[in-house]
Design a protein around this ligand. Structure first.
Ligand code: CP
Length: 327
């Protein structure tokens, strides 16, 4: 069956089939080629979208803003602290009004246990696609760019050992949405996914059950370890990244005893030496350099973080063109 894209909300890749994700990736690759060749891509001529941000962003905001301009449209950046939301205006009223002014609403809202619900409420009342720019549970724009990048650097994703690894960081208490998206998505592309973290940094039980189910359904595998060396050993892709201890502790405090007792969870040259000789180092960025990862690793020959970040532009354009337009 031909996938239907126009008008679809983009809140989690769990609601998109592999066939549909493959189409998004094909379009992303086409956009990347055209961008490099300076070929115009006016697929959203005169279309507009609102980009609502409850949190800071570099990659997501700019890939969406530049991306929509490159598609012939216009994106309005909305710092939600300057909107009537800060005086209590509801998700419903915001969605109804903004969707009557344009062709898409995109939003980043990472507040623990409310972010995804807020997006769902907007989606219920919006007449145009609602795109998730990261919530407390999912970061589908990042997941799509990660998958595109892995496909670019490997011949096949089948049986690839991909390790999603917790890492020490002090910059802020980060959402779990990136590792959740990765452990749900990668087994669907037949990767052998290892999730590694010290006790206390669990992902929700339903995520683990769904990751295992996705592995069974699509022919990948999924396992958990608390041994960082096991995660690095023979890995083809390593993704060491911090996330907060939200499941056990909903406090927004960044540095606590649990965090400090896990300072050794850092991506080092020594650990990278345990991995496959051609291992790739990935990170959604921003990285907490010298805490999460040694500079020599993130700046070294195994790192593909800039390619991963660059692909955010092309995948963002694919999602907008397919959901907001007729491409
Ligand atoms: N990876 C990512 O989402 O980056 P930003 O927080 O800068 O948007």
């Amino acid at each position: 069956m031909t996938p239907k894209f126009k008008g679809r909300h983009f809140i989690t890749l769990e609601e998109w089939t592999n066939e549909e994700i493959d189409v998004l990736l094909e379009v992303s690759k086409e956009f990347k080629r055209k961008f490099k060749n300076n070929e115009p891509t006016p697929y959203l001529n005169m279309k507009t979208a609102f980009l609502m941000f409850f949190e800071q962003s570099t990659r997501t905001r700019n890939s969406m803003e530049s991306g929509l301009a490159q598609l012939g449209g216009h994106a309005t950046f909305l710092d939600t602290s300057t909107m009537q939301i800060s005086h209590g205006e509801t998700a419903k009223d915001t969605a109804v009004i903004l969707s009557s002014y344009g062709h898409g609403i995109a939003c980043r809202i990472c507040f623990w246990s409310t972010g995804n619900r807020y997006l769902r409420e907007m989606a219920e009342h919006s007449t145009v696609p609602v795109m998730n720019l990261q919530c407390d549970l999912y970061h589908p724009m990042q997941g799509l760019a990660d998958l595109m990048t892995i496909q670019e650097v490997t011949e096949t994703t089948k049986r690839l050992k991909v390790s999603v690894i917790w890492a020490y960081a002090t910059s802020h208490k980060k959402p779990i949405s990136v590792p959740v998206t990765q452990v749900l998505l990668f087994p669907r592309y037949q990767m052998d996914v290892t999730l590694a973290y010290p006790e206390g940094y669990e992902l929700p039980d339903w995520v683990i059950e769904k990751a295992k189910k996705n592995a069974e359904t699509y022919g990948g595998s999924f396992k958990i370890t608390h041994d960082i060396k096991e995660a690095f050993t023979d890995a083809d892709i390593v993704i060491p990244k911090n996330w907060g201890s939200w499941v056990r502790n909903q406090s927004e405090l960044v540095v606590d005893d649990l965090l400090e007792s896990n300072r050794t969870w850092k991506c080092t040259e020594e650990l990278m030496a345990l991995a496959s000789p051609n291992v790739k180092y990935m990170h959604a960025l921003p990285a907490d350099r010298e805490n999460e990862v040694e500079n020599s690793v993130i700046d070294g020959k195994h790192s593909i973080v800039y390619q991963e970040a660059e692909n955010r532009l092309h995948t963002a354009k694919a999602v907008m063109a397919m959901t907001m337009g007729d491409k």
